[in-house]
Ligand binder design. Structure first.
Ligand code: SAM
Ligand code: SF4
Length: 330
C-alpha cells in the first residue's frame, strides 16, 4: 500500500477496546462514557480485518487501546494473529499496555511470538502514579515488568512529559530504566479529547526543555536508530541506554509516517491528528469475501493526508481533535 505522498504503509495499530482500568488525567475524564458493546467489533472480526491488512503488506501490528489486556479473551486475538508471524507474512506483533495485566499475560504473549512491549509509566513515585492514573497501582505494574523481563520480552517505557508532575524525575527514570535494560521514550502531551478540568496548557512541557534539563546530567549522543516510528533516539553515554523523544508539537514527524490506525469499531484513521476516517465495518460485514473490504482499504489509503497540525498555545488550548487517544490508541 502506497499513499499519495509515496509513503509505504506497513504498520497498523489497532485499538482493540476503548475501555481501560486506569483513568490517566491527560487521556481520559474520570467519568468517561465508553462505546456500547454492540458497536464494537468481535475479536473474530478484528482478526479478519488485521489479516486483510497483513495480506496487503502490513508487516508490523501493534495492539493498543484503551487497555488492550482488559478486553475479554484478547489472547485469542493475539494467538490468531501470531499465525502470521509463524508464516512469515508478519514481521512483528506487539502491544502498548499500561502494564496492569502483564504479570498475568507476559509469558503467554512471549509464547505466541511477541518480542517487545511498550509499557506506559509516567512516574516512579507510587503516590504520584495513583494521582496521575487515578485508579492505577504502581506495584502491580512493577510486577508486570518483572514478569515481562522473566519471559524475555524487551521493554520500552513510554512516559508522557508533564509540567509540574514528572519534570523533576527524568534523571531518575533514565537511571532506573537503563539500569534494567529498558529503553525510555518521552512523549509530548497531545491535544486530544476533552479531559475534564485538567487544562492542556498546564500539562504541556516542550521536550526541548526536558532535553536541556537532561543534558545537565548526561551526555546525549544522537543516533540513527529508528523503529519506523516518530521517536528520535539518543544514546545516554553514562548509562549506555537509549532515550527517545516524541515531539509532535515542537517537531513534525509526518514525512516518514508509515502507519494507519484502526479503532475497535472498524474505523480507520489515516492520521492521528486529523478527523478524516474510513468505515471498514460495513464493508467487512457486507460479504464473506474480502473484495469489498479490499476496495475500501485502497480508497482509504488514497486519502492519507500529508500531516497533522497539532498546536498548543494560549489561543489553542482546546483539543485539536475531539476524540480521545484511547479511541485510536496513540
Ligand atoms: N492503555 C495503554 C497504555 O497506556 O499504554 C495503551 C493506550 S494509551 C492511549 C497509549 C499511549 O498514549 C500511552 O503511552 C499514553 O501515555 C499516551 N497518551 C494518552 N493520551 C495522550 C495525550 N493526550 N498526549 C500524549 N500521549 C497520550
Ligand atoms: Fe488507560 Fe492508557 Fe489512557 Fe492511561 S493512557 S487512561 S492506561 S488508555
Amino acid at each position: 500500500m502506497i499513499d499519495p505522498f509515496g509513503r509505504h504503509i506497513s504498520y497498523l495499530r489497532v485499538s482493540v477496546t476503548d475501555r481501560c482500568d486506569f483513568r490517566c488525567v491527560y487521556c481520559m475524564a474520570e467519568d468517561m462514557t465508553f462505546l456500547p458493546k454492540a458497536e464494537v467489533l468481535s475479536l473474530e472480526e478484528l482478526e479478519r480485518l488485521c489479516t486483510a491488512f497483513v495480506r496487503r503488506g502490513v508487516k508490523k501490528l501493534r495492539l493498543t487501546g484503551g487497555e488492550p489486556l482488559v478486553r475479554k479473551n484478547v489472547m485469542s486475538l493475539f494467538r490468531g494473529l501470531g499465525r502470521h508471524l509463524d508464516s512469515g507474512a508478519l514481521e512483528e506483533l506487539t502491544l502498548t499496555t499500561n502494564g496492569s495485566q502483564l504479570a498475568k499475560y507476559a509469558q503467554e504473549l512471549a509464547d505466541i511470538g511477541v518480542r517487545r512491549v511498550n509499557v506506559s509509566m509516567d512516574t516512579l513515585d507510587p503516590d504520584k502514579f495513583r494521582q496521575l492514573t487515578r485508579w492505577g497501582d504502581l506495584d502491580q505494574v512493577m510486577r508486570g515488568l518483572d514478569a515481562a523481563q522473566r519471559a524475555g520480552l524487551a521493554i520500552k517505557i513510554n512516559a508522557v512529559a508533564l509540567r509540574g508532575v514528572n519534570d523533576g524525575e527524568f534523571e531518575e527514570m533514565i537511571r532506573w530504566s537503563h539500569g534494567r535494560g529498558m529503553d525510555l521514550v518521552l512523549i509530548e502531551v497531545m491535544p486530544m479529547g476533552e479531559i475534564g478540568d485538567a487544562a492542556r496548557l498546564d500539562q504541556y512541557l516542550p521536550l526541548s526543555l526536558a532535553r536541556t534539563e537532561i543534558a545537565r546530567h548526561f551526555t546525549l549522543t544522537e543516533t540513527d536508530y529508528r523503529t519506523g516510528g516518530p521517536a528520535r533516539y539518543f544514546r545516554v553515554e553514562e548509562t549506555g541506554g537509549r532515550l527517545g523523544f516524541i515531539t509532535p508539537l515542537t517537531h513534525n514527524f509526518c514525512e516518514s509516517c508509515n502507519r494507519v490506525r484502526l479503532t475497535c469499531t472498524g474505523t480507520l484513521y489515516m492520521c492521528l491528528g486529523q478527523e478524516d476516517a474510513a468505515d471498514l465495518r460495513a464493508p467487512l460485514r457486507a460479504s464473506e469475501s474480502d473484495e469489498v473490504l479490499d476496495r475500501a482499504i485502497t480508497e482509504a489509503i488514497a486519502r492519507k493526508p500529508k500531516g497533522h497540525d497539532f498546536i498548543i498555545d494560549r489561543r489553542h488550548s482546546g483539543p485539536a481533535v475531539p476524540r480521545h487517544m484511547s479511541v485510536t490508541g496513540g
